[in-house]
Write a protein that binds this ligand. Structure first.
Ligand code: C2E
Ligand code: MG
Ligand code: MG
Ligand code: MG
Length: 269
């Protein structure tokens, strides 16, 4: 998706599905360096309550500050990171960085949502890594939300154990991009999640938006509408019963210092 790419002018790397062979190899090598050389950064997008638009938390979204190509969005490298397994160290970095940022911001910043790939969840001990990230950062478990997808959930390996272990700590789980995966309603209804995010491709469909809201209510989960861009969409979703939303209307993903929440860290960064 061209719109997901950075504003870095010339796009050096081709995105996920296109990049093959040596292109893909180069991308993976460069991404390995990026993780080691601190070229990754996080942007934060507000999650708000409806109808007031008050910020109740943030979602952390990774970007790559490429030395030659500028800012590259996750659409250009997450798929390659998942295929190569690099998503495991990359995701570990994201989790720790986001937890530390949210702890630095303090309680007034609310929740912090972090995207977690299926590959990470398959690794035995991932739930312990989450616990460690909380301990190291000082972030209370109740402020952390891990976003997973329908495909993630049926991932096998240690997935089930990790999901249980994560929730046992008081960390919340959110089902991201809901409706775009291929899981059956049986699978979804059997999940223990705290939040369901209506994918932005459904924001204009009353039928789907209403069905997802009812499903969320039946699962005792909160429904969040993603990709809200206009006041009319926000009004409509609120009318349907949505109490949480996210989208360009309320705020674009931006660096942490653009939120005016940054607090001096004792002992410096
Ligand atoms: P996502 O988790 O569903 O994140 C929401 C995406 O929608 C973000 O794109 C965000 O910038 C975009 N968005 C938010 N509001 C609007 C809106 O009103 N209109 C439109 N058109 N778009 C909106 P972004 O940052 O490019 O991220 C794309 C995807 O990359 C994410 O989708 C997520 O699946 C993945 N991703 C991002 N960061 C990470 C990460 O740290 N780890 C993993 N595993 N995946 C990540
Ligand atoms: Mg997400
Ligand atoms: Mg999403
Ligand atoms: Mg999405």
């Amino acid at each position: 998706e061209a719109k997901d790419r950075g504003k870095g002018g010339h796009q050096h790397f081709r995105t996920g599905m296109e990049a093959r062979g040596s292109d893909r190899r180069r991308l993976i090598d460069a991404l390995t360096t990026a993780i080691d050389d601190d070229q990754l950064i996080l942007h934060y997008q507000p999650v708000v309550s409806l109808p007031d638009g008050r910020t109740t938390g943030f979602e952390a979204l990774v970007r790559w500050r490429h030395p030659a190509d500028g800012l590259i969005g996750p659409g250009a490298f997450i798929a390659a990171a998942e295929e190569s397994g690099l998503i495991v160290p990359l995701g570990r970095w994201v989790l720790n960085r986001a937890a530390r940022q949210a702890a630095d911001w303090g309680e007034q910043a609310g929740s912090i949502s972090v995207n977690v790939s299926g590959r990470q969840l398959q690794v035995a001990g991932f739930a312990d890594e989450v616990a460690k990230a909380l301990r190291t950062s000082g972030l209370p478990a109740r402020r952390l939300i891990l976003e997973i997808t329908e495909t993630t959930v049926v991932g096998g390996g240690a997935t089930r154990t990790n999901l249980d272990g994560i929730r046992a700590q008081g960390v919340r789980l959110s089902l991201d991009d809901f409706g775009t995966g291929s899981s059956t309603l049986t699978t979804v209804a059997g999940l223990s999640v705290d939040q369901i995010k209506l994918d932005r491709s459904f924001v204009d469909s009353d039928v789907i938006a209403r069905a997802v809201l009812l499903l969320a209510q039946g699962m005792n989960a909160e429904a969040v509408a993603e990709g809200v861009e206009t006041p009319a969409q926000a009004d409509r979703l609120h009318e349907l019963g949505y109490r949480r939303a996210q989208g360009f209307l309320f705020g674009r993903p931006a660096p942490s210092d653009e939120y005016g929440l940054t607090r001096a860290r004792v002992g410096g960064p």
